[in-house]
Design a protein around this ligand. Structure first.
Ligand code: HEC
Length: 446
């Protein structure tokens, strides 16, 4: 039925294109089966799938029907969601479209969406088709990093229909009897409809270990490096979900990948706290001097409603400045770290800075929020390096997996705030709020 309707309107389009609008003809060599399907595979179909986070862009017909919106979203860089401006540092989890890919989408849409070579058939079957039609493809049931060394099942988590940004936390006990070296982790949802972002930290210290987004479902340290996971540590998994049209019960897994050798360098988090610039109420500034040679692996900024841009830079002792990240139009619904394609080595004495601009009407708390750097120092693995932990050590039981619902981004933010500065005037009130907000959804726990 749907297909018939599409077909008839396309036929009309064809007739018009010849007779009335001579420009609406195929003037491009870009074809769905060749260029477009690759753009979808690389940037879109991890979300735009049957039973995915958004309407499917899998088949030719689906993509054809949305081509004007696709054109628009590609041109204004609304889709795929990715805020780092290209040209300021390279990221291995960059999901932005290249200029060439934007050009493909735009000229394909404007040229009446050709499907394959020499056959401008606008998706209507014109005879027996040779082989299967070309489609975008995404496999949710696959570990990108290979079979994990340890697979932890998350307790089932039911996401309320249409709920925006439902943040839940789960504590997992990997039952480590000795210290282990963690070289990577991967989160795997069982249902692709609800989860937007996941981050994993060591519960006891708050150290961030890595994150998941639909387009980059794992975090992996460069060869030879690993985080130390002390015996008895628990993992704190924070999950951001958006409700679907019906309740969805998500049964996810977390895969851990261990190194057999200790890390050749110490890997740790470093936080850079920003606070309001004097006399400039919408600008957050923070800076920090490196006390050791260090290499930066990833940046994990905390973002809040109203954020307009963030810039992280490094001023080296020789006076040169390197921009590590410049991001704008930051979509709050897709929290992501920025994982550097190559570690950036910075000498002792480098000044790391962050500048964040907020909109005039943004309701941002009084003090700023950190950018966390995952970095390794150039010292040997055993040497001590200054370490800073930033996230909230979780309340809750460490002996069993549990899901606690924090309801909204605000409460999580307030909790973080409290953890960073327990002396903050709002801290007590925040504590009460957080306690109220934590509802454990497990009744069958021991
Ligand atoms: C990380 C997930 C994700 C990725 C990757 C992604 N999208 Fe989306 N997209 C969404 C969500 C969620 C929506 C809004 C949901 C809805 O409207 O059903 C959306 C909406 C859209 C819309 C509709 C906008 C409107 O005005 O209604 C278009 C068109 C679109 N995406 C195209 C794309 C294209 C093309 C790509 C790849 C280049 C892409 N998206 C990549 C998640 C994603």
């Amino acid at each position: 039925m749907k297909r018939r309707r599409l077909a008839s309107c396309l036929v009309m389009g064809c007739a018009l294109s010849g007779a009335v609008f001579p420009h609406a003809q195929t003037t491009t060599t870009v074809q769905f089966d060749r260029e477009i399907v690759h753009v979808l595979d690389d940037h879109c179909v991890m979300c735009h799938a049957e039973k995915g986070l958004a309407f499917p862009l899998v088949t030719y017909e689906q993509t054809y029907a949305s081509r004007w919106k696709i054109r628009q979203d590609a041109l204004n860089r609304h889709m795929a969601p990715w805020a780092a401006v290209s040209g300021y540092g390279g990221f291995s989890n960059d999901n932005g479209l290249t200029q060439r890919e934007i050009d493909f989408l735009v000229s394909w849409a404007e040229s009446f969406g050709p499907r394959n070579n020499g056959e401008v058939n606008a998706g209507i079957a014109t005879g027996p088709s040779p082989g299967k039609p070309v489609q975008a493809h995404f496999d949710i049931n696959r570990w990108r990093l290979g079979d994990p060394d340890l697979r932890l099942a998350l307790p089932p988590n039911t996401v309320t229909p249409r709920q925006a940004d439902e943040v839940k936390r789960v504590t997992l006990d990997p039952r480590l009897t000795g210290d282990r070296w963690l070289r990577g982790l991967e989160y795997r949802p069982a249902d692709g409809r609800v989860v937007h972002a996941v981050s994993v930290a060591i519960q006891e210290t708050g150290e961030w270990l890595g994150s998941w987004t639909p387009w980059h479902p794992y975090f992996e340290l460069p060869t030879g490096l690993a985080y130390r996971l002390p015996a008895g540590s628990h993992l704190l998994v924070e999950i951001h979900s958006y409700g679907s049209s019906e309740p969805v019960t998500e049964r996810a897994s977390l895969g851990l990948y261990f190194a057999t050798q200790p890390s050749r360098r110490k890997v740790a988090n470093m936080a850079l706290n920003a606070s309001w610039a004097a006399g400039s109420p919408r600008k957050l500034l923070g800076s920090r001097r490196l006390e050791e040679d260090a290499s930066i692996l990833a940046l994990q900024p905390e973002i809040h409603p109203g954020i307009q841009s963030i810039e992280v830079s490094a001023r080296k002792p020789d006076g040169t400045t390197q921009i590590l990240l410049f991001a704008r139009k930051i979509p709050l619904e897709w929290p992501t770290p920025y994982v550097l394609r190559e570690p950036i080595s910075l000498p002792k004495g480098t000044q790391l800075s962050v500048i964040e601009h907020y909109a005039d009407d943004a309701s941002v708390p009084v003090a700023g929020f950190p950018v966390t750097f995952s970095a390794y120092s150039s010292g040997a693995a055993g040497e001590s390096v200054e370490e800073l932990h930033i996230a909230t050590p979780l309340r809750g039981r460490a002996d069993a997996a549990q899901v606690s619902s924090l309801g909204s981004r605000d409460e999580v933010r307030l909790q973080r705030r409290q953890a960073l500065d327990p002396g903050h005037p709002g801290a007590r009130e925040i504590g009460d709020l957080a306690r109220k907000a934590v509802t454990e959804i497990f009744s069958d726990r021991p």
